[in-house]
Design a protein around this ligand. Structure first.
Ligand SMILES: Cc1cc2nc3c(=O)[nH]c(=O)nc-3n(C[C@H](O)[C@H](O)[C@H](O)COP(=O)(O)OP(=O)(O)OC[C@H]3O[C@@H](n4cnc5c(N)ncnc54)[C@H](O)[C@@H]3O)c2cc1C
Length: 502
């Protein structure tokens, strides 16, 4: 056993402060996955998972609006290691149940500490460890831990509150304004005229779930979104299940099929976007009454896949529109009035309740104030190593998933990578790993975390300047491509000079 391994996790500088070898930030699907992989690959390593919320699940804990569900199939949004046994699209409740099973089956509960909001992390070069500051949310108590390795699984948006733009006259509105991310338990929709601002996945999920209950639901959008209509079933999975194929096989086979089909759509979006546009629009047309102005309301100005394509199981949103329970208005908001919303066209929408499905506030690395020997680190000044680590920042990895494929596909790959890196440190007898640009990378052209030409949802465009940069070559690229990364990441050369070991 190397000296580094023997010394790992022994008490260091700050006596009396709890020390863990790995500290995972976040108990969402990424953090629970990270904890699982760590227990499998490094069973002796001491680690904890800290989360600011009261329970596990992250996104699926926070979002409680009616109808909240996945947009991806759970064969790929679920983990590689735990078969999904239900229908492809799942409710928050079903996803939480699946995560609860992962926690129980792998004895992870004792590792997770809830109501711990991490506020700061400082790396000490001398002690070769992070000191992490957290606030216990309900008591206000300040807690300090030290860790050798910080594994950021805090997702990409702020959980406490969603993003709501300000419109003139909002304060005069006599009804209620609600953001889906902070859904109030006491809201009464029965018989109410509801306007939902936005037409992304949240609005498209929410409207069919509330339309039959309220007097009328109007989807008010500034510009259209692409929708993909699909049944909430998977023929291949159904066949394999009928044949009594073991769940593990079914899971793996269906994952491959989903990834394969997803790649075909992405390829089509790149190579013949207008053909894909025509296909998507025509399917929508079939679900709406003759004469419906599909062009105006459902033909976006951007190319398919420049923003996430929202999924509609069996076209449920359009069923609500056909039945007259819901409708769509494409216009700009001029201002709120005491009784509703005045539009740029002059039309007024009467409303008792306005739901702002207007998105998220991006959170960069869990909004944790990072520093190295007391000196502030601005993530925007760093270059990402494979979309996982950051130049000049030692012993830290972060999970950021795919936009066009399920987030968890990447979370699993990153877990493999981190576990391999930890083993490599041990083998090398090193305790510190820091990405650094090599001489041949110094002239590299730096670009944003995501190329806006390629993918440009609002929450990213508003805050991209806060994100780390990427370079123009391997290993400084953030590849948004599972098909490539599934082969590249497991083979990534850990000795190519881009990682400095001490
Ligand atoms: C309604 C909704 C539906 C979605 N559906 C899909 C889908 O179908 N497919 C898909 O691929 N993606 C989907 N997404 C994106 C989704 O957020 C991710 O795919 C995935 O859930 C992210 O998991 P995560 O664990 O990385 O982050 P999150 O789910 O955001 O969890 C992060 C956790 O980290 C904690 N945390 C963050 N910072 C700190 C801190 N400083 N201190 C302590 N704790 C902290 C948070 O409290 C939270 O519990 C959806 C998003 C939303 C909002």
């Amino acid at each position: 056993m190397s000296q580094a391994v023997q010394e790992r996790g022994t008490a260091g500088g700050d006596q009396g402060v709890e020390h863990v070898e790995v500290l995972i930030v976040g108990a969402g699907i990424s953090g629970i996955g990270a904890a699982y992989h760590l227990t499998q690959e490094h069973p002796d390593r001491r680690f904890v998972v800290l989360d600011a919320l009261d329970g596990f699940g992250g996104t699926w804990w926070t979002h409680r609006y009616p109808g909240v569900r996945s947009d991806s199939d759970l064969f790929t949004f679920g983990y590689r290691f735990k078969p999904w046994k239900g229908a492809p699209l799942a409710s928050a409740e079903e996803i939480l149940k699946y995560l609860a099973e992962v926690i129980e089956e792998n004895d992870l509960d004792s590792r997770i500490r809830y109501r711990h909001k991490i506020t700061a992390a400082d790396w000490s070069a001398e002690e070769r460890r992070w000191t992490v500051e957290a606030t216990v949310v309900d008591t206000g108590e300040e807690v300090r831990l030290t860790t050798d390795f910080l594994w950021m699984c805090g997702g990409y948006y702020r959980h406490a509150e969603g993003y709501t733009p300000t419109w003139p006259g909002m304060e005069d509105f006599e009804g209620r304004i609600v953001h889906p991310q902070t859904w109030p338990e006491d809201i009464e929709l029965g018989g109410k005229r509801v306007v939902v601002i936005g037409s992304g996945a949240t609005a498209a999920t929410l409207i069919p779930a509330i339309a039959s209950e309220c007097a009328h639901a109007t989807m008010l959008q500034r510009s259209p979104t692409f929708f993909f209509i699909r049944p909430n079933s998977n023929e291949l999975a159904d066949t394999l299940r009928e044949l009594d194929i073991p769940d593990e096989w079914t899971h793996e086979i269906v994952r491959r099929k989903v990834v394969h089909d997803g790649n075909l759509i992405t390829k089509m979006a790149e190579e013949s976007p207008e053909e894909l546009r025509a296909f998507l629009i025509e399917t929508i047309r079939e679900h709406l009454p003759p004469g419906f102005d599909v062009e105006r309301h459902f033909n976006p100005t951007y190319r398919p896949w420049q923003q996430r394509i929202a999924v509609l199981p069996d076209g449920d949103l359009f069923a609500a529109m056909r039945e007259g329970a819901a409708s769509v208005v494409t216009d700009q908001i001029d201002s709120f009035t005491p009784t509703g919303i005045r539009l740029a066209s002059g039309e007024e929408l009467e409303a008792d309740i306005v739901i702002t499905a207007t998105g998220f506030d991006l959170s960069v690395l869990g909004d944790i104030a990072l520093s190295i020997d007391g000196e502030k680190v601005d993530p925007a000044d760093t270059v990402t190593y494979r979309g996982i680590m950051f130049t000049g920042v030692p012993n830290m990895a972060s999970v950021f998933g795919y936009f066009r494929a399920s987030w968890t596909l990447r979370a699993d790959l990153i877990s493999d990578f981190v576990c391999r890196l930890l083993a490599h440190l041990d083998e090398r007898g090193a305790t510190v790993v820091t990405p650094q640009l090599r001489d041949e990378d110094r002239d590299m052209v730096l670009g944003p975390w995501v190329d806006p030409e390629n993918f440009n949802p609002g929450y990213l465009m508003r805050s991209m300047h806060l994100m780390p940069k990427q370079g123009d070559r391997d290993p400084w690229l953030m590849l948004h491509d599972y098909a490539m990364e599934k082969d590249l990441l497991p083979q990534a050369d850990l000795e190519d000079g881009a990682l400095r070991y001490e």
